[in-house]
Ligand binder design. Structure first.
Ligand code: AHR
Length: 673
């Protein structure tokens, strides 16, 4: 604790705690209500400052979170760069009365004179007789909504002998629903022998969760195609190459303080060759080189052989997203190490310059003037104003002496050239033991800025570790709880649930993060997104299919906390006792005292908020997130079964009676003007 909190705690000790009830038994007797409890808030002695933006978002392209999720391209393998280059593409076989018809054409993958060197493969189509068609099945089908517009586009060139070039004058495009009924139609035409991009807008006439895109050629001849795309026109903020609206809205509604991107292990890659390289993720989407997604074959029980990264959602889009949802950007960069759980490949120290230069250039890309080389690129992409980058992660979930050696080289350059940028360093994959302890000792010695701790632990771990940071060194590095989630069955178990039991344990733990907000600068739940038909990892904050999405109880815990953080820590007692967990902050911006009380017991707890040094009058804004059933979950059918409810309470004094429902998260915003 800081000195101010210590002294505040001391002053608390002098308060009339004799009024507090005696400590309750660890397990409450089975009954419908419990004896009243007093929650004493030392409102007169606010302590250290905390980061009002401390609760943010961890984003990674796992569970089809980007391609097949937030990035709403509907065509899978639009650039034919998957190792099986026809993945996602199929010929339509006509059925004649005598059986399957002979094909009217053929598809091939060619590489001569490609669209560009980053996109070396393309589709070569030969049509023998009219009516030849083929289709793309999207990411487990395509989500199409009635009345919505979709931009179909492709690079096309005619090929073959001059005599045949002129014959293919058009491509008809249809969208068909699950039953094969046409629900949209368009056409591209007037091709020539040079790669040229064509587009048309298709308005859908019906909704389908598993539609497909058909390309139909009615004249014999040959064509080359690349970057075949079907993209919703209505993206978040109508941005071209923008993001899926419903998912971004869920993120924006969280009021996240920061956005960590692009991961996660995806930063590291299974091999260094498949690490995330931000420079390959910006500019013309046709130039962004597709590579394997690290989660493609990570888990035998959930193989995803069709999981690749198109980088359509790249660093420019991440920065733009952060800005759009009011979050500070926190990019995590590869430090010269591939995933240590996989290949453990490490770049030699004398090869690190490229990695460090990537970091320096990223700072210039985000913050540099438009006259600087990378600032100019940012401006050309449409954002002359800086993105206000203040932090960078060096490595993701690394550990060991090789990591520290590489960090030192990064820090030497970055701290000299950009002392304004705080560096986030890793504490390994687990929250205790080795390598956690030795890494922490090193970070203290090196005066690291922020240490990223990860905990994928059982709900009970969260409940019994709410005091984890009470005794952390206040003069050492700050903490970023960069990845955490209660694992209701076991870490990475496919049986894990996003149920209220896990979520309320996280809420209890987060009161400890908040009470120690002078040390814990940031925290983010992980992973964020999961496609219900293509996930690899459970639990996740938000689940979606091709058309719908919903926040889990865990999501709503994050949302309630991120939307209710003050600017100063206020002493509160009891902090963690008999299933009751509390925190309090003062919001100097809105002039409100914010008290959180989590009741993790099956009974209603009558409580009194005793505000020492404060006699508020007026209206308290109350948020309650509760379910008497610890197994409760949200679903597509009941997306808000466990979700916050707002109410208000009139107060006339600093003694405020409240009722804490069974298994509830309660937030009280009390005016202190
Ligand atoms: O969140 C899933 C994974 O867990 C992250 O990619 C990694 O950093 C951690 O091991």
């Amino acid at each position: 604790m800081t000195t101010s909190i210590r002294s505040a705690a001391l002053s608390l000790a002098l308060l009339p705690f004799a009024l507090l009830p005696l400590a309750q038994p660890a397990t409450l007797p089975a009954q419908d209500s419990a004896p009243p409890v007093q929650i004493t808030v030392d409102a007169a002695h606010p302590g250290a400052a905390l980061n009002p933006a401390m609760f943010g978002i961890f984003f990674e392209d796992i569970n089809f979170g980007a391609d097949g999720g937030l990035y709403p391209e509907l065509v899978k393998n639009r650039s034919f760069e998957f190792p099986e280059p026809l993945t996602g593409w199929h010929e339509t076989m006509g059925i004649s009365p005598k059986g399957i018809e002979a094909s009217r054409g053929e598809l091939g993958i060619h590489t001569d004179s490609p669209l560009n060197p980053s996109n070396p493969h393309y589709l070569h189509v030969r049509v023998y007789s009219p009516g030849y068609s083929f289709y793309n099945t999207g990411f487990r089908g395509m989500g199409i909504e009635s009345g919505a517009e979709y931009r179909f586009s492709a690079y096309v060139r005619t090929t073959g002998p001059k005599s045949t070039r002129a014959t293919i004058g058009a491509i008809s495009v249809t969208i068909t629903d699950d039953a094969g009924h046409e629900i949209g139609r368009g056409e591209l035409k007037s091709f020539n022998s040079q790669w040229t991009r064509y587009e048309t807008i298709i308005r859908a006439t019906a909704t389908s969760p598993h539609a497909r895109l058909n390309l139909i050629l009615d004249e014999p001849g040959q064509l080359d195609l690349d970057m075949v795309s079907l993209f919703p026109v209505d993206t978040f903020k109508h941005r071209p190459n923008g993001l899926r609206k419903d998912l971004v809205q869920l993120l924006a509604d969280m009021h996240p303080g920061f956005l960590r991107f692009p991961g996660g292990c995806i930063v590291e890659g299974r091999l260094l060759a498949t690490r995330y390289r931000w420079k390959n993720s910006i500019g013309d989407i046709a130039q962004r080189k597709t590579i394997i997604n690290r989660w493609n074959d990570e888990f035998d029980y959930r193989p995803a052989p069709d999981y690749f990264q198109s980088f359509g959602l790249g660093f420019y889009e991440y920065f733009q997203l952060a800005e759009d949802i009011g979050a500070q950007p926190l990019p995590i960069l590869n430090c010269g190490m591939a995933c240590q759980f996989n290949s453990d490949e490490t770049a030699a120290l004398d090869q690190l310059d490229e990695y460090i230069k990537d970091a320096l250039d990223l700072i210039e890309f985000a913050n540099g003037p438009v006259t600087s080389p990378w600032g100019k690129i940012r401006a050309q992409l449409g954002h002359p104003e800086p993105f206000h980058l203040t932090m960078i992660g060096v490595g993701n979930e690394q550990w060991g002496p090789r990591y520290v050696e590489r960090y030192k080289l990064f820090a030497a350059k970055l701290k000299t050239q950009h002392p304004e940028i705080r560096l986030v360093v890793a504490a390994g994959p687990a929250p205790s033991g080795e390598p956690f302890n030795s890494l922490w000792a090193t970070w203290r010695d090196l005066h690291a800025d922020i240490v990223d701790e990860h905990y994928y632990m059982a709900p009970d771990w969260f409940l019994t570790n709410t005091g984890r940071y009470d005794h952390y060194d206040r003069s050492g590095p700050k903490v970023f709880a960069g990845e955490y989630a209660a694992q209701t069955v076991g870490t990475t178990s496919s049986e894990n649930r996003n149920n209220w039991k896990g979520a309320i344990a996280e809420a209890a733990f987060m009161t400890g993060l908040e009470r120690n907000g002078d040390v814990v600068q940031m925290a983010s739940y992980a992973p964020l997104l999961a496609n219900v038909e293509a996930w690899q990892w459970k639990p996740d904050a938000i689940w979606f299919d091709n058309l719908h999405s919903y926040g889990t109880p865990n999501y709503y815990v994050q949302r309630v906390f991120a939307s209710n953080v003050g600017t100063r820590i206020v002493p509160v007692a009891p902090q963690a006792e008999s299933g009751l967990f509390t925190s309090a902050t003062l919001d100097e911006r809105s002039h409100e005292l914010i008290v959180k009380a989590i009741n993790n017991t099956p009974v209603t707890r009558p409580a009194t908020l005793q505000l020492n040094g404060l006699n508020p009058t007026g209206t308290i804004r109350v948020t309650t997130l509760a379910s008497a059933d610890l197994n409760a979950e949200n679903s597509f059918d009941h997306p808000t079964a466990v979700s916050p409810e707002s109410s208000s309470l009139e107060v006339k004094s600093g003694t405020i009676p409240v009722q804490l429902l069974p298994y509830s998260v309660n937030v009280y915003r009390i005016p202190v003007r």
